[in-house]
Design a protein around this ligand. Structure first.
Ligand code: C2E
Ligand code: CA
Ligand code: CA
Length: 752
């Protein structure tokens, strides 16, 4: 949501440039105009012929023709934007050329047009003094005017012409800026001033006013230097601190300018610092990838910077800019930066008073904005601000620190759930609509935060808020050091996991699935393992949930899938065929829109027959009602891949859905296997699941089988497949191969 509603001021500011400035602007013609002055018609023809297809600085040439001084003056009176004149020195009389030059410079006062003199008669060269006085670019004898020479001297003349124009243009604009300066400061909206400054700078550079402006104070930390205005394309920068700029090139360029340079050009554009006497500065960044540094003269930049610096010295303006940097423009509430400073002060001043910071995040605000429009979103924020302000005592401060996040700071007896929550119990009137607003709330006692300071307190409150949102929308969570420890642990774990994915820290082990009775190897379950850099082995029960929260589970999931499939090839090479491979798929991974597509890719790349692959999904995924889940499950089966429901019996499977989606296998959860007792097996959950499987024609496998007794009971119930420590632990590839060979040898001796 943009907070800036001040477009109407833009025209005010640009308007003060005035007409005269506009006239000075280099016309946006697409040719360079060249006047040929020569009494010999054949010279006209040969020059035009020689240069007819030539491009100088991306433009063609357009020729104007005069055959004597009189005609030339006539043309020059009417046509102003002539880049260069190719002038014959000797025409009607031997001084006719120089007389014309004098008239052009002194009478017509044309100073920008470049003049190149030539003569057919050597010995008629003009005096050096004339060349200097009349600002003549070049002098040539006609014999020197080959195509090549003509081109080089015209090209340099055109370049000089353009440069003069840029400077002229800059100067005349600066004149106007200075004239209008004071009026501007007192009258115009401060953001319009900032925007106008950028527009002026951009026009000096002859490019679009695209970019952003940062306000800061000398010596401040980068986190305290903030973007206060940006053109539409960069609006994401507004309110962000310098360190939050996402473009490395731009950031580095800005930093250079902050540290020691006034202006700096980079691939993305130009940064310029305008510094007031009291240390405040504006940093302008004009974005343009096609800038030409030589367009602007250093002295123009100096004048520009000097003038705007003196505008900045105006205290009232700075105060208003400050207000903008510290207050949210939509609601007039303190912003994040302001709150951070209030928090800093609270640590200093209220040491003895217990204070509480609360963050209130409006649920689904983005969706509300999209569905009902920004005007509605703005009105909702206003209404909520009014209500909060009215319900909170004056000594409690209210701030808005993000589009949809309010902050409340005050003594602990004044900022409590009991005071905050009733604000959301009744509907708000928003544009005449009764609207219920649901929020998530994070709270922290300043004393509970380990590190003193505003930034740390805000971070703590945000941790609590994130927790509130994750656990269930519409919740309220208090920050505790425990929460912070868990967050830290999660972050450390994630970083470790990410690294291990690249090294060999993450690896996969395989646990046999066998036929009850014969003990024949039917399949394997791939189970991921993590050995941290310090050598500690961490179980998937601990790290999978963390990986799921961050999305890293996808990378881990595809890694396990690839490892599992290549294990099948490995076994094949060692003469073990017809074994099924079961791979666990996390619900998070399964719900990714590209899951099916990536699954197909990995399977195809492995060259493995899809029938040998089985995916284990949890009961909650299998029973989800969403139609895309059904479609995905069906598409997986259509590829020939088998599907198993993991930990079956824990969730609440619907019979109808079990019938409809044709699963290949139900896995009885380990807990139900451990519950098996002789004498009461018929009534056990394992028994019920096995019967259900038989009725629906779905295979049943029992996991976590540890004892002969469990195996026997399961077999009695009619279960045919099992997995557990009794048969084999999860093993690495080499151990598994040994396990297989060992069993083969045992079988052979049994038979013999
Ligand atoms: P799960 O899918 O139910 O996996 C079976 C778990 O039971 C495995 O624990 C296995 O080592 C253990 N187990 C096997 N036989 C016995 C037994 O006889 N007695 C006992 N007490 N335990 C037995 P593990 O490997 O620690 O995995 C735990 C859970 O982590 C898995 O439960 C699964 O939900 C998840 N997980 C493991 N690997 C992956 C993976 O690659 N991707 C995903 N998404 N989840 C995985
Ligand atoms: Ca499993
Ligand atoms: Ca299980």
């Amino acid at each position: 949501m943009t907070l800036d509603k001040h477009n109407e001021h833009e025209t005010d500011f640009i308007g003060f440039l005035g007409e005269e400035a506009a006239e000075q602007v280099l016309p946006t013609q697409h040719v360079w105009r060249v006047l040929i002055v020569d009494d010999d018609t054949s010279v006209h023809q040969s020059i035009e012929f020689a240069l007819r297809d030539v491009l100088i600085l991306d433009r063609r040439l357009e020729f104007l023709n005069a055959h004597n001084a009189g005609e030339a003056l006539e043309i020059l009176r009417l046509e102003r934007n002539i880049a260069a004149i190719l002038l014959d020195v000797v025409m009607e009389h031997e001084h006719a050329g120089l007389a014309l030059v004098k008239a052009i410079r002194n009478d017509l006062r044309i100073t920008d047009t470049r003049i190149i003199l030539h003569t057919g008669q050597p010995g008629f060269a003009p005096e050096i003094s004339a060349i200097r006085d009349y600002d003549i670019n070049d002098y040539r004898t006609k014999s020197e005017l080959t195509r090549g020479h003509l081109y080089t001297c015209l090209a340099s003349a055109v370049r000089a012409y353009r440069q003069i124009h840029a400077i002229e243009r800059g100067r005349s604009q600066l004149r106007h800026i200075i004239q209008a300066g004071n009026a501007l400061i007192s009258e115009v909206d401060e953001l319009a001033f900032v925007r106008g400054t950028l527009a002026q700078f951009a026009s000096l550079l002859q490019c679009q006013a695209e970019g952003f402006v940062i306000l800061g104070e000398a010596g401040a930390a980068y986190s305290q230097i903030q973007t206060i205005w940006a053109s539409d394309a960069y609006s994401r920068y507004v309110g962000k601190s310098l360190e939050e700029l996402d473009d490395k090139v731009v950031l580095e360029c800005c930093c250079r300018v902050l540290e020691h340079e006034v202006i700096r050009w980079c691939q993305r554009g130009v940064a310029l610092r305008i510094q007031a006497h009291d240390g405040h500065f504006l940093l302008l960044f004009v974005v343009s990838e096609t800038l030409e540094p030589d367009l602007v003269d250093d002295s123009v930049i100096d004048t520009f910077v000097g003038h705007f610096a003196s505008c900045l010295d105006n205290r009232a303006l700075l105060e208003r800019l400050h207000h903008d940097a510290y207050f949210d423009r939509l609601l007039g509430l303190p912003n994040r930066r302001n709150l951070t400073e209030q928090l800093d002060a609270a640590y200093q001043e209220h040491r003895h008073k217990p204070m509480v910071l609360s963050l209130i995040d409006i649920d689904h605000f983005g969706e509300i904005n999209d569905a009902l429009g920004q005007a509605f979103g703005d009105a909702l924020l206003r209404a909520l601000k009014e209500r909060l302000r009215r319900s909170l005592p004056m000594q409690v401060s209210l701030a808005r620190i993000a589009a949809d996040v309010f902050a409340v700071l005050g003594e602990d007896s004044l900022v409590t759930p009991a005071i905050l929550l009733p604000n959301f119990a009744t509907p708000l009137a928003v544009l005449g609509e009764e609207t219920m607003v649901s929020v998530s709330i994070g709270l922290t006692r300043l004393g509970d935060v380990e590190t003193e300071g505003g930034a740390a307190a805000l971070e703590a409150a945000f941790q609590a808020l994130r927790q509130a949102k994750a656990s269930q929308r519409g919740q309220l969570v208090w920050y505790t050091p425990e929460l912070s420890r868990r967050t830290l642990e999660r972050v450390t774990m994630l970083n470790g996991l990410r690294q291990s994915l690249r090294s060999t820290g993450l690896f996969v082990v395989f646990q046999p699935q066998v036929a009850l009775g014969t003990g024949k190897l039917l399949g394997l379950e791939a189970l991921v393992r993590w050995r941290t850099e310090s050598g500690e082995l961490i179980g998937p029960d601990r790290f999978i949930p963390v990986a799921e929260q961050s999305g890293l589970i996808r990378d881990i999931g595809y890694f396990v899938l690839r490892e599992a499939l290549s294990m099948l090839s490995f076994l094949h090479q060692h003469g073990v065929a017809g074994v099924r491979m079961a791979v666990n798929v996390s619900a998070v991974q399964f719900r990714q829109p590209d899951f099916l597509w990536r699954l197909k890719q990995v399977v195809a790349a492995s060259g493995i027959d899809p029938h040998n692959l089985e995916l284990e999904v949890t009961e909650s995924v299998a029973m989800e009602h969403a139609s895309y889940v059904h479609a995905t499950l069906e598409a997986i089966r259509a590829q020939g891949i088998q599907l198993a429901i993991d930990d079956f019996g824990i969730g609440f499977s619907s019979l109808a859905q079990l019938k409809e989606l044709k699963f290949d296998r139900l896995k009885i959860d380990r807990a139900f296997v451990q519950d098996l007792r002789e004498g009461e097996i018929e009534a056990s959950i394992a028994g019920v699941v096995i019967q259900l499987g038989q009725k629906l024609g779905i295979q049943v496998i029992a996991e976590g089988v540890e004892t002969e007794e469990q195996a026997m009971l399961l077999q009695q119930l009619g279960c045919r497949e099992a997995q557990g420590y009794l048969f084999g632990r999860p093993m690495t590839a080499t151990d598994l191969l040994q396990w297989i060979q060992h069993r083969k040898a045992a079988e052979a001796t049994d038979k013999g």
